[in-house]
Design a protein around this ligand. Structure first.
Ligand SMILES: Cc1cc2nc3c(=O)[nH]c(=O)nc-3n(C[C@H](O)[C@H](O)[C@H](O)COP(=O)(O)OP(=O)(O)OC[C@H]3O[C@@H](n4cnc5c(N)ncnc54)[C@H](O)[C@@H]3O)c2cc1C
Length: 397
């Protein structure tokens, strides 16, 4: 069988398997189980079933080697699988912090022992990870972090505080940046894996404007961490963190231009004119402009994936697509809100239908897209320096 025919055969298999195994009630819902505290997700039997089936099929981490729970699919097959899932509104239930950020990082920097210990649980979606990077005094300027990590002979001793740690209160493990040298900034940082059940780890959820409590303050009070939990070498964690942030931004950019078309929704909510067009001409033209922009964004993402596969360096574009993706997704949330009108202003209560409540919560949640994973302004600074080659104002001073 030629390459194309083999790929088409894979597509047909994937389509058939997805049709048989993806629970239809989950279509077009993409719950990230513990990162928002929707009553949904893990308590939902359909979600559980979907995760189990995907784990058995090894399609939660389709490109990872089989020994780590993956299906060892090549890049074209991974892409086809994603396309077929998208076509029916399916999602990858393993696509959480462990899978999108730590997994690829361990594949690149972890020891064989670390990979064997941690990757299979991520691929099965049974072990939850959180990201312990930000601190009260270190957000955009992450390298200012001060959580101290001292070599205590047969273990590391960690003392400090993290903040905005998504899902920390439900996580089993945390990958954290810690300071191992106070005399250097970036070169004094190490990358550590911390078991959240360790004595001295305390989490305190923070309530957000959207009502969600998905992220936490995390206190590390004299936490003992085994020596083998260091990824890479001491004081060389910054390079690993930068790579991980690229994986994070990559994954955040994925899917930002997607979602069911808003046009049918607008037709039914706003009404149509005599020829079947959305009655409000101004809204109609903005919806069409957004649909075109989202489509262009999706095409750009497809092109970048193809370029990456062909070996082109696309790293310089990661901050650009992160910013663009946030824009597109926030514009979608704004338009959805507008379509619902005052029905989109509900917060709780039986006076509003679930989709009406969802639209206001989604709108507020979308505000965060341009903050987490590196804020809008910081991404633009990086793009100015690395993508456009503009002078760095800090070094010009
Ligand atoms: C929903 C959500 C989930 C998160 N989850 C996690 C998580 O799981 N783990 C984790 O470690 N962190 C997490 N974060 C934290 C996130 O990474 C930080 O919020 C982000 O890096 C910005 O840091 P900050 O909030 O301290 O803002 P600051 O760094 O204080 O920035 C405040 C404002 O100043 C701007 N600014 C700062 N420096 C500059 C500059 N040099 N030039 C121009 N403008 C600048 C920023 O763009 C921003 O608008 C999460 C955040 C959110 C919103």
């Amino acid at each position: 069988m030629g390459d194309d025919a083999a790929l088409e055969a894979f597509r047909a298999d994937a389509r058939e398997w997805l049709a048989e195994n993806f629970p239809p009630p989950l279509a077009h819902k993409n719950p990230v189980p513990y990162q928002n505290d929707a009553p949904y997700a893990e308590a939902d039997p359909d979600w559980q079933l979907w995760r189990t089936r995907m784990a058995e099929r090894r399609w939660g981490a389709p490109g990872w080697p089989e020994i780590y729970g993956g299906a060892a699919l090549d890049a074209p097959r991974v892409r086809i699988l994603a396309e077929e899932m998208r076509a029916i509104g399916a999602f990858n239930p393993m696509k959480m912090t462990g899978y999108t950020m730590l997994g690829p990082t361990l594949l690149e920097f972890g020891t064989e022992e670390q990979r064997a210990q941690h990757l299979p649980g991520i691929a099965r979606g049974t072990v939850r990870w959180c990201q312990g990077f930000s601190e009260p005094g270190a957000g955009s300027d992450l390298a200012s972090l001060s959580t101290r990590c001292i070599d205590a002979g047969d273990h590391w001793l960690v003392e400090g505080q993290k903040v905005w740690t998504s899902g920390a209160n439900h996580a089993d493990w945390c990958f954290a940046l810690v300071r191992t040298d106070t005399t250097a900034k970036q070169r004094g940082i190490s990358f550590l894996l911390i078991d959240m059940r360790s004595e001295g780890v305390v989490t305190r959820p923070i309530t957000l404007i959207s009502g969600s409590t998905h992220f936490c303050e995390m206190f590390l009070n004299a936490v003992r961490v085994p020596k083998g939990n260091l990824v890479g070498r001491v004081n060389e964690g910054w390079g690993i963190a930068k790579r991980l942030l690229q994986f994070e931004r990559d994954s955040l950019s994925e899917g930002r231009g997607e979602g069911a078309s808003l046009l049918p929704l607008a037709r039914s909510r706003v009404g149509t004119d005599g020829v079947g067009r959305i009655a409000d001409g101004d809204l109609r033209s903005r919806l069409v402009a957004h649909a075109m922009r989202a489509h262009a964004y999706n095409l750009t993402m497809t092109r970048l994936a193809a370029e990456a596969k062909a070996g082109s360096a696309i790293d310089a574009l990661v901050p650009v697509v992160k910013t663009l993706g946030s824009d597109v997704a926030q514009a979608r949330a704004d338009l959805a809100m507008e379509i619902y009108g005052d029905r989109g202003l509900g917060w709780t209560g039986a006076d509003y239908a679930p989709d009406e409540l969802d639209v206001s919560h989604q709108w507020l949640h979308a505000r965060a897209f341009s903050i987490y994973g590196g804020s809008y302004e910081i991404q633009n600074n990086i793009a100015a320096k690395r993508t456009l080659g503009l002078p760095d104002p800090a070094s010009a001073r």
